[in-house]
Design a protein around this ligand. Structure first.
Ligand code: COA
Length: 218
């Protein structure tokens, strides 16, 4: 099962995955392009399922854009390499792989997170002191979703910008301020990141949050 939706930052395609570490059936592997297939065949368990699902989601997004399908290999840090004139990003979570693609050379990031199971310590690890204060000022039942949303935007920022910066980006290097209208203000807090402006948005897929980030040199 799959879906394709146009969103403000590009086309998002999703491919439902079996939530199990069984080998990807040969019939599915044959739908990958040659270098993708070779890479997938060397993977095992959930990683193989997720990689194959992500590449099939990219193929759907590229088709929706009317863009020729080409193999999406990865750079030495794991970032997907899109063809000239197209940019995109990939995320997967349990039974769903999603891909974002858009025409142009903007830096794009996509992330998908579950909000249904609370994990202790996440807010303290990923939020700045200012974000944490704002989070703790919320009613207790809203704190987890707020923390996951900010975390997801930070992951999408990382995916958008890491291919340009080529270095680890700490969670404290940006602050994320949800605006209540599906957009999120991203405030850079390190000199490297201050060179960029970010647009962030999120949408809900049931209890999952899907975040997209577009970055450009300021
Ligand atoms: C790399 C990272 C963002 C991946 O996120 P994740 O939630 O673990 O996994 P997801 O399923 O959402 O995303 C995986 C996809 O991210 C993409 N990805 C991996 N490394 C990447 C990188 N350096 N740059 C861009 N995209 C990358 C890949 O497409 C990968 O899927 P694939 O291997 O099938 O192609 C995360 O593991 C990480 O290292 N984060 C660093 C800390 C951080 O986020 N800081 C925030 C600073 S503001």
């Amino acid at each position: 099962m799959a879906f394709v939706v146009p969103l403000p930052h590009g086309v998002v395609a999703g491919v439902h995955l079996p939530d199990a570490p069984e080998p990807v059936p040969e019939l599915i592997l044959t739908r990958l392009l040659e270098p993708e297939r070779r890479y997938a065949e060397a993977l095992r368990g959930y990683r193989q399922v997720q990689f194959a699902g992500g590449r099939l989601a990219v193929a759907l997004a590229l088709a929706e854009l009317g863009s020729r399908r080409v193999p999406i290999t990865s750079d030495e840090h794991g970032a997907p390499l899109f063809p000239h004139g197209v940019r995109g990003s990939i995320s997967h979570k349990n039974d769903l792989a999603v891909a974002l693609a858009a025409r142009g050379e903007l830096m794009l990031g996509l992330d998908l997170e579950d909000t249904d199971r609370e994990r202790p310590g996440v807010a303290e690890r990923v939020l700045t002191p200012g974000e944490l204060d704002a989070n703790l000022a919320l009613p207790p039942e809203r704190r987890w979703v707020d923390a996951v949303l900010r975390f997801s935007v930070k992951e999408a920022v990382y995916k958008a910008i890491h291919p340009a910066l080529h270095r680890y980006i700490g969670f404290g290097e940006v602050e994320v301020w949800p605006q209540g209208d599906g957009t999120d203000r991203v405030v850079p807090r390190s000199p490297d990141l201050a060179a960029y402006t970010f647009e962030a948005r999120h949408a809900w897929l049931g209890s999952r949050v899907l975040t997209t980030v577009k970055a450009r040199l300021a």
